[in-house]
Design a protein around this ligand. Structure first.
Ligand SMILES: CC(C)(COP(=O)(O)OP(=O)(O)OC[C@H]1O[C@@H](n2cnc3c(N)ncnc32)[C@H](O)[C@@H]1OP(=O)(O)O)[C@@H](O)C(=O)NCCC(=O)NCCS
Length: 185
């Protein structure tokens, strides 16, 4: 559990992206663990990170002001052959910076409830599509309450360096995170 004060801020506000968010995205884009398991493109420079943030629907979780976790929403789902995906689902991409990983910062007692509450204002369901060999990603998706709906093959996408492979898919029911529901996982 994190004792830090956690806040969310969007990647960009009216096209303006904070310098620390640009630095975070640049660092993550050079991290092979993030690169191997997410849609983030490789080795962004400052201009590329700015464009990435302006062009994606994302938020960062700040811990005592420092951005360490990013969550990106994709409204267009990849082909998930054979799986019964709830209508209106969006896909989440998510990563934590290397020094922050494995410390509970994005877990159910960390930043996830805050992110889920933000998502719940906009969507009913969100998917974690996690490579089957990504053990931390799988553990994280289960731990935050995702329901496993199956395993399928994710074809390569039009993202430089993005690999194809087997994925496990988890559904997050967001309604329970709406402030009016007053509950957590
Ligand atoms: C997946 C990821 C976002 C998790 O963030 P994190 O801040 O490291 O996760 P936390 O430390 O908050 O842990 C959350 C849960 O996941 C589990 N977990 C995290 N890392 C783990 C690991 N290496 N092995 C096993 N379980 C792990 C924790 O045990 C915890 O569960 P618990 O609360 O029930 O104990 C992070 O590992 C990451 O950035 N990975 C690279 C990108 C990626 O794989 N993204 C997911 C696919 S989109």
């Amino acid at each position: 559990m994190s004792s830090a004060v956690m806040t969310l801020s969007p990647f960009s506000q009216a096209g303006v992206v904070d310098d620390d968010v640009i630095a975070m995205v640049m660092a993550a884009s050079r991290d092979p663990v993030v690169r191997g398991h997410s849609y983030l493109v490789q080795a962004l420079d400052e201009k590329g990170a700015l464009a990435y943030c302006q062009g994606h629907d994302g938020v960062v979780v700040r811990y005592d002001g420092t951005p360490l976790v990013a969550v990106i929403v994709y409204r267009e789902l990849p082909p998930l052959a054979g799986l019964a995906v709830p209508a209106g689902s969006v896909e989440l991409d998510a990563w934590a910076l290397a020094p922050a990983r494995g410390k509970g910062l994005f877990g159910k007692q960390g930043g996830w409830p805050l992110v889920a509450a933000w998502l719940s204002q906009r969507f009913d369901h969100a998917l974690s599509v996690v490579f089957s060999d990504n053990e931390p990603g799988q553990a994280h998706a289960r731990s935050i309450g995702g329901t496993w709906i199956g395993r399928t093959y994710l074809p390569s996408r039009d993202i430089p360096g993005f690999r194809d492979g087997e994925v496990d898919v988890y559904v997050h029911e967001l309604a329970r995170y709406r402030p009016s529901q007053g509950t957590s996982p």
